[in-house]
Structures are given as structure tokens and as C-alpha cells.
Design a binder for this molecule. Structure first.
Ligand SMILES: *Cc1c(COP(=O)(O)O)cnc(C)c1O
Length: 375
């Protein structure tokens, strides 16, 4: 058998050196490279304009994880002895829990809904540890639309600060900018693997001018117009050199969206006969094709067959955070008893398949042929 070329699960493409050049030359001229320089401020303004949001609604960060951290610090502050816990879903990327931990919270994990793959926000008020929870981290997985109105209701009902990790959901905000809230901050990631990218980067979306001032302060060592740390902070600033990547990416982003949409269409056509559900953009971010396999045995066989055919696949969130060595330690006697059956089921059946804006029809068919062979 002739081994076909390796097909990666994602193959990002950022602006070329030539496309970056005019922006980098501006930095050459201004000699301003970070600390909210001209390119960072222009990227924030252009993103706000593109999303149809007031200018204060967009503040950048050095990555999606630091964006979560500064949103937590600005909204909730560090954990307190009275409310040490952060409630979040186990079915998410490690960044969500690590951000809470860096702000002093002890992560406790809840299960997710089998349809939305998200925490059931309406069930949170019945949580047995509610009066010890100081932070709720809601996650919109795989670029789905975050449930912002429910998050706002939960925050006002319980008085507990809610931050939403919508790391991959940039495209959902383009479709519906009203998702951006005035009370519940939402964070996104501009990592190279996300649909819109600055290489590394992220943003806090929040229609709240004083809140965003606190975000900027937390992201800059807790400084406010001086070199004195006044509140808990860190260095979470996006550099102007990364902002240049974002500005160049915005210049051609509409073309990128169209390319992704036609690739998603080709995926839908090629995979129409697959049993189980194929979750595609625009339900998900353009970077994700997720096959919800009918059984965990089929997923195991699919991974094996894809690997043998030199095709990459990814269980993006593995079995959930509660199974990962670092996070296991947070399960105290009161927490360990909470079962997470949906997380474990999704972890054993949701498989990420190759996607790229320029993935060819014959490459998609190559993947689908392998999947069909394991059924
Ligand atoms: C990508 C992602 C992050 C982390 O973003 P970084 O920019 O890599 O720090 C956090 N949460 C979720 C759900 C993600 O998909």
C-alpha cells in the first residue's frame, strides 16, 4: 500500500510576510511595539467596527487564556476564603480551569448538556456548593454561540460573577453582535488554530467601559496611570507586532470566511451518509468538523484506521479535565461524588476531523472513505 501524504487535523494560514510588511513598517517608524501602541488600538477599533460594537467593547490580550484571567480579575477579583470555588464544565480546554486556578480559585467541575455540550446554566442555582462558589466559568465549546442571556440571568439571580469562555466563537459574534453583554464579560482566543488569529492573542468583549478599564489595569500589572500596582494584575498585553498580524488578517477575512464556507459545504456533501451526527460550521467555528460517532468502539476504530491511513484526528477535550492528572487533585470528598456521565460519553464519542480553509474535495473524500470502512 502506498502511504498517502500526512493530512493534519488543522492547517492554519496566517497573513504572509508581504501582507504584514506595511503594518510592521509603521512600527519601524513609530518605534512603539507594545503597551497599547498604535497598532493594538487600531486593531481594537477595527474589530469593534467589524462586529458593530461600541469601541470600548473590545480589549485585546496576549492570548485567550490571559484574556480569561484578566476578565476574572476585573469582574470577580481573586478568590476569597468564603467563596473559594470556581464552577466550570469538565468538558473544555485546560485553559479554562488553569485561568481560574491562577486567580486563586479551586476549580470544581460540572457535567454538560448532551445537546449543547455546555454547562446547564439553569441548573446551577441548585448546585450543592452554591454558597461557596465565587466564580462561574461558562464555556461555549468549539465555537458554538455562547448562551449569554442565560448567563446574565444566572449572574443576576445568584449574585455570583459569571465569565464566558467563548474562545472559538468569533464568527457567532459576527452573525449576532448582541451576544456581547454589558454585565457578563466574554473572552475569545486569537490563537493560530482559531478562525481569526493574531498568532497568539485574545480579547475581552464586554459593553462596559469601567469594566474594560479594570481589564486594561489587570492586564498591565494592576497599574493605573502610574507604576504602582493597585489591584491584582499580570502582564496580559498583546504586542503591536501581533496586532499587525490581526490587522492584516482583517484585510482579507471576508475571503477567508467564504473559503471556509465552501469547504464546509464540501464536507457536508461528502459525509452525508455517515451515521451519528456530523457537526459542522456554522453550528461550530469554521475550524472544526466534529463527528459524533454512534459508539465509543466506532470512535476507537476510526482513530486507528485514520492513523493507519496517515490522517490526523483529535479528541480536542480528551475525557474531560476531571480525568487529567493536574486537575484530579481538586476533587475533594465533597466534589468527587459529583458524577459526569455526559462528559465521559462525549469524550469517548466526539472526534475532530481534518479541516482547513483550503482543504480539497479529494482530501475530504479520503477521510470519509476511511470512516466508512470502519462502520
Ligand atoms: C483556544 C481555547 C482557549 C485558549 O486560548 P489560547 O489563546 O490558546 O490561550 C481557551 N478555551 C477554549 C475553549 C479554547 O478553545
Amino acid at each position: 500500500m502506498i502511504l498517502q501524504p500526512f493530512l493534519p487535523v488543522c492547517r492554519p494560514q496566517l497573513p504572509t510576510a508581504i501582507e504584514l510588511l506595511p503594518y510592521l513598517q509603521e512600527s519601524d517608524a513609530t518605534r512603539h511595539y507594545t503597551n497599547r501602541g498604535p497598532l493594538v488600538r487600531r486593531l481594537e477599533l477595527r474589530l469593534a467596527e467589524y462586529l458593530g460594537l461600541p469601541s470600548e467593547a473590545v480589549r485585546t490580550a496576549s492570548n485567550g487564556t490571559s484574556a480569561i484571567e484578566v476578565a476574572i480579575l476585573a469582574l470577580a477579583g481573586m478568590a476569597t476564603p468564603q467563596r473559594p470555588y470556581a464552577l466550570l464544565p469538565s468538558y473544555t480546554f485546560a485553559a479554562t480551569a488553569l485561568a481560574a486556578e491562577r486567580c486563586g480559585y479551586r476549580p470544581i467541575f460540572c457535567d454538560v448538556d448532551p445537546k449543547t455540550w455546555s454547562m446547564d446554566l439553569d441548573a446551577v442555582p441548585q448546585h450543592p456548593l452554591l454558597d461557596k462558589i465565587g466564580l462561574i466559568l461558562h464555556v461555549a465549546p468549539y465555537g458554538r454561540a455562547p448562551q449569554m442571556r442565560q448567563a446574565e440571568r444566572l449572574a443576576s439571580l445568584t449574585g455570583i460573577p459569571v465569565v464566558v469562555d467563548a474562545a472559538a466563537s468569533f464568527e457567532r459574534l459576527l452573525e449576532d453582535p448582541s451576544l456581547v453583554s454589558g454585565t457578563v464579560p466574554m473572552t475569545i482566543s486569537f490563537h493560530a488554530t482559531k478562525t481569526f488569529s493574531t498568532g497568539e492573542g485574545g480579547a475581552i468583549l464586554w459593553k462596559n467601559a469601567p469594566g474594560q478599564d479594570s481589564v486594561v489595569q489587570a492586564a498591565n500589572f494592576g497599574f493605573n496611570l502610574s507604576r504602582r500596582s493597585e489591584v491584582p494584575g499580570m502582564n496580559a498585553k498583546l504586542s503591536d507586532l501581533h496586532a499587525a498580524v490581526g490587522l492584516a488578517m482583517l484585510d482579507t477575512f471576508e475571503t477567508r470566511r467564504k473559503d471556509y464556507a465552501s469547504t464546509a459545504k464540501a464536507w457536508a456533501t461528502a459525509a452525508a451518509g455517515l451515521p451519528g451526527g456530523l457537526h459542522l460550521p456554522p453550528e461550530l467555528a469554521s475550524i472544526y468538523i466534529m463527528w459524533e460517532t454512534p459508539t465509543s468502539q466506532i470512535m476507537d476504530r476510526a482513530i486507528e484506521a485514520l492513523t493507519a491511513a496517515n490522517i490526523d484526528s483529535r479528541r480536542w477535550y480528551e475525557d474531560g479535565l476531571h480525568r487529567q492528572p493536574h486537575f484530579k487533585r481538586f476533587g475533594g470528598p465533597d466534589v468527587q461524588s459529583i458524577a459526569l456521565p455526559v462528559t465521559e460519553d462525549l469524550g469517548s464519542r466526539l472526534l475532530g476531523l481534518p479541516m482547513a480553509h483550503d482543504l480539497a474535495k479529494d482530501q475530504i473524500e479520503r477521510v470519509v472513505d476511511v470512516l466508512a470502512s470502519v462502520l
